[in-house]
Design a protein around this ligand. Structure first.
Ligand code: NAP
Length: 337
């Protein structure tokens, strides 16, 4: 039985990855920042909370990570913990930079000291690329980074730390450069979740208005549970390499909102207001990636169209909101993919 440690286990990807690895018969250990106030909603929603072990750790404390690796002897280490919101990174730039960068250096240094054979996965992001000229799209693994937010900068620095430990010390360190991926477990502060959740509540008479910022941005959206498999595939390779994980298509946020309202049979103009205060200081206009390396070399199979993604997100959100409104304490039966 292999042992995997996951940081950020309480987040969207951490919860799905736990389920995925449990299905593959792994012993799963999650790192949380405070064991007495674990945000276990996602883990409970997927029915995995009782099947994993949780350890409290401060990822900014190298000695703490060394002790955890020494004691638990993991084969694989998935580093998903991060201040993951671009918007919040403009409010908390120093905190974002400090945590997202130093935690990665600490984990890799601990791996180097305790057991350089531990395979390491780093959650890199499309936000590292920043504003790419339209004529140069889609983004490939070889593009130069030019991040335009503290979050993007932190992820770019963390990415290069992961590459450096691979090149300098021969550690199996692989970075998944993931583009936006969504699900019912997406944090409430993300715009896609806000749109889905509020629109579904409006359709049930439980909300009245949806305030949004800039809708003229184009993103490459995918379905989170399917992106998890790519993380695992990267770690199973003979040698480490970084891969772009994306759908390969760009759609505007405007189209995203329109689809949600159309499918819920709601009049968009009646409920949606644009609030300039919600605009970011700088924003990416359009970005989408090229997933051919991941499909060709990893054998990652992503075939979900934007239409299928939207249908799935709306159906899942309706079920989620129904449970939320009933305040059901027992987790529903959800099939893990
Ligand atoms: P998420 O839902 O926001 O989860 C973030 C996780 O990090 C949570 O478990 C959170 O713990 C933990 N965390 C945040 N700040 C922390 C801190 N200071 N100390 C310890 N733990 C902390 O993110 P996600 O969507 O699952 O994304 C997973 C990773 O992929 C992140 O690194 C993110 O930046 C990256 N990524 C995500 C996307 C995407 O579209 N989702 C795209 C590219 C890259 P708490 O529960 O305690 O808050």
């Amino acid at each position: 039985m292999k042992t995997a440690i996951i940081t950020g286990i309480t987040g969207q990807d951490g919860a799905y990855l736990s389920g995925f690895l449990l299905n593959k018969n792994y012993r799963v250990i999650g790192i949380v920042r405070n064991a007495s106030v674990v945000n276990a909603k996602n883990l409970k929603y997927l029915g995995v909370y009782d099947k994993i072990a949780l350890i409290e750790a401060n990822l900014l404390d190298l000695s703490n990570i060394i002790r955890i690796l020494d004691k638990n002897k993991p084969d694989e280490f998935y580093n998903l913990a991060a201040q993951s919101s671009v918007s919040l990174s403009f409010e908390q730039p120093i905190g974002t930079l400090e945590f997202n960068i130093v935690s990665v250096a600490n984990i890799l240094e601990a791996i180097k000291i305790v057991n350089p054979k531990i395979k390491f996965y780093q959650a890199s992001s499309s936000e590292m690329f920043g504003n790419v000229r339209k004529e140069n799209l889609p983004v490939t693994e070889n593009f130069v980074f030019h991040p335009v937010s503290p979050y993007g900068i932190s992820k770019a620095a963390a990415h290069w730390i992961a590459v450096n430990y691979r090149e300098a010390y021969g550690i199996f360190s692989a970075c998944g450069i993931l583009f936006n991926h969504e699900s019912i477990l997406r944090g409430n502060h993300f715009v896609t979740k806000k749109i889905l959740n509020t629109a579904v509540k409006i359709s049930m008479g439980e909300a009245e208005k949806l305030n949004l910022g800039n809708l003229k941005i184009y993103r490459d959206w995918g379905y989170a549970p399917k992106y998890i498999e790519a993380m695992w595939l990267m770690v199973q390779q003979e040698s480490p390499k970084d891969y772009i994980i994306c759908s390969g298509e760009a759609h505007s946020l405007e189209e995203f909102v329109q689809k949600v309202f159309e499918k819920l049979d709601l009049e968009l103009e009646k409920f949606v207001t644009i609030d300039k205060n919600l605009y970011r200081p700088v924003d990416l206009e359009i970005i989408y990636g090229d997933n051919s390396e991941a499909k060709g070399k990893l054998g990652w199979n992503y075939d979900m169209s934007f239409e299928q993604l939207m249908n799935r997100l709306i159906e899942d959100e309706i079920q989620y909101v129904r449970l939320e409104l009933q305040d059901v304490s027992t987790p529903p039966d959800v099939t893990l993919e």
